[in-house]
Design a protein around this ligand. Structure first.
Ligand SMILES: C[S@@+](CC[C@H](N)C(=O)[O-])C[C@H]1O[C@@H](n2cnc3c(N)ncnc32)[C@H](O)[C@@H]1O
Length: 435
């Protein structure tokens, strides 16, 4: 990535509701939501936490305030006075307009440092003394661009014109996307064909909805392919391209449909599967007859690592469309049916049902909301070990704190760069019951 002395192209005049620019604001760090953060020591903002989108740690900027509260304020860059040495030209012309990639104007090294600081900082705030013997590690994504194999976009068709893209930053307006720098190149290449399908299907009138695209290999050949699922608002969903593709996650692969959940970054998911397999293998020593429960199992992506480690798995998941992927994956891995059962269960309204036999290991990978309705069941279960895969640090740490209070020790934490150019990270927590 090219270093750049340029900042974002600033709008120099105040917009509606904006103040005159406050000059010389030093950006200290990124917040995990994506904005730069400053805490000026002097001047009109002294002691106020100031959030500045599109800024990079190390920038000195003039800021036009758009929102001011007692303890914090938010404003946009009016002028980059001194660019951070870690500022780069974003390799995407939509950066700053579409809602994704808020850290793209910083080097990968700056992003990695920020992710680590956020992970260690949040761990310390939430768990404090309970971290005394916890080992913390971070892994980077092998690819910074073209890494996203699953993309969800919005569409609008009106008067024969198709808008296909992401919701704009802090707005609901769709930003039309011709090229997405982080999407798998096969997804990028499929966008014109998706537009054609939308234009032909809704030629007669206005329509809006969403499109999910999943890149992989064709099921019967090694050619790249994109499977899509188009959901018009208030109408029946329909497919684009093949109904499924084969996705490789490191040493593992499975056939997935765009209709069910799939991990976003194939290589990083491969890293996660390696860690889950290694930890699951260690957990099995001396407990070879025991079983594992997997919650929020989707189509069995993490289950592949549990099977590779020798576990018998009872899996729970709310989305019925994921069952087929689980069964196909089990068969493809040569795992007999007694070692893998999948049950439809809503884990936001209660514990897994049918009630599993006493698990020695519980693995859970909930959505952003976390697992607050089922974590009490995990704590009260017979599990001696828990592997918690979290895509949201706040809810993940809330649930881990519940387990620590219930008598588990947090032994290991690994942060994964699942979403380069954003503050989101995937984190695995390994907990063992004490005593
Ligand atoms: C982060 S994904 C993980 C899926 C799977 N482990 C994987 O790697 O593909 C979270 C999963 O939780 C499922 N889920 C969401 N809400 C749920 C609920 N209330 N009960 C059970 N599963 C739910 C989603 O359908 C999704 O498959």
């Amino acid at each position: 990535m090219k270093k750049s002395g340029r900042g974002p192209r600033p709008k120099t005049k105040p917009g509606a509701g904006e103040t005159e620019a406050v000059s010389g604001v030093h950006i200290l760090r990124w917040a995990h939501g994506g904005d730069g953060v400053a805490v000026p020591e002097t001047g009109p903002l002294a002691g106020t936490i100031v959030f500045v989108p599109e800024s990079v740690p190390g920038d000195v900027v003039d800021v036009r305030l758009q929102e001011r509260k007692e303890r914090w304020a938010r404003g946009r860059i009016a002028r980059v006075v001194t660019p951070s040495p870690e500022r780069v030209a974003p390799p995407c012309e939509l950066q700053g307009r579409c809602g994704g990639c808020p850290w793209m104007a910083g080097t990968p090294a700056a992003q990695a440092r920020s992710r680590e600081a956020i992970l260690r900082g949040e761990l310390g705030k939430r768990l404090g003394a309970a971290l005394a013997d916890t080992h913390v590690a971070l892994r980077e994504s092998p690819r910074q661009l073209g890494y996203r194999l699953r993309v969800r976009m919005g569409f609008e068709v009106a008067g024969g014109r198709v808008t296909l893209g992401f919701r704009g930053k802090k707005s609901h307006a769709l930003v039309d996307v011709g090229h997405c720098a982080i999407a798998d190149p096969a997804i990028d290449a499929a966008l014109p064909a998706v537009r054609e399908v939308l234009a032909a299907r809704f030629a007669g009138g206005a329509r809006a909805g969403r499109v999910t695209l999943l890149a992989g290999d064709a099921v019967t050949s090694s050619a790249r392919a994109v499977a899509g699922w188009i959901e018009p608002e208030g109408g029946e969903g329909f497919g684009f391209g093949p109904s499924e593709v084969r996705v490789a996650f490191g040493r593992f692969s499975q056939v997935l449909s765009p209709r069910a959940f799939a991990q976003a970054n194939a290589e990083v998911t491969g890293q996660i599967l390696d860690v889950v397999e290694a930890w699951a293998r260690e957990a099995r020593v001396g407990h070879e007859e025991a079983m594992a429960v997997e919650l929020f199992a989707g189509g069995g992506t993490l289950t592949m690592a549990l099977w590779a480690a020798g576990w018998r798995v009872t899996a729970y998941e709310v989305d019925g469309t994921a069952r087929a992927a689980f069964e196909t994956t089990r068969e493809a891995q040569g795992v007999p049916v007694e070692r893998g059962s999948w049950h439809a269960a809503d884990l936001f309204i209660g514990p897994p049902w049918p009630v599993p036999e006493r698990p020695h290991l519980v693995v859970l990978d909930p959505p952003r909301e976390g697992a607050k309705d089922v974590i009490g069941w995990v704590a009260a279960s017979a599990a001696a070990e828990v592997l918690y895969v979290s895509c949201d640090l706040a809810t993940g740490l809330r649930d881990v704190a519940t387990l620590v209070q219930a008598g588990f020790r947090l032994d290991d934490v690994v942060g994964f760069d699942m979403f380069p150019h954003s503050g989101h990270q995937e984190v695995i927590f390994r907990l063992r019951r004490v005593g």
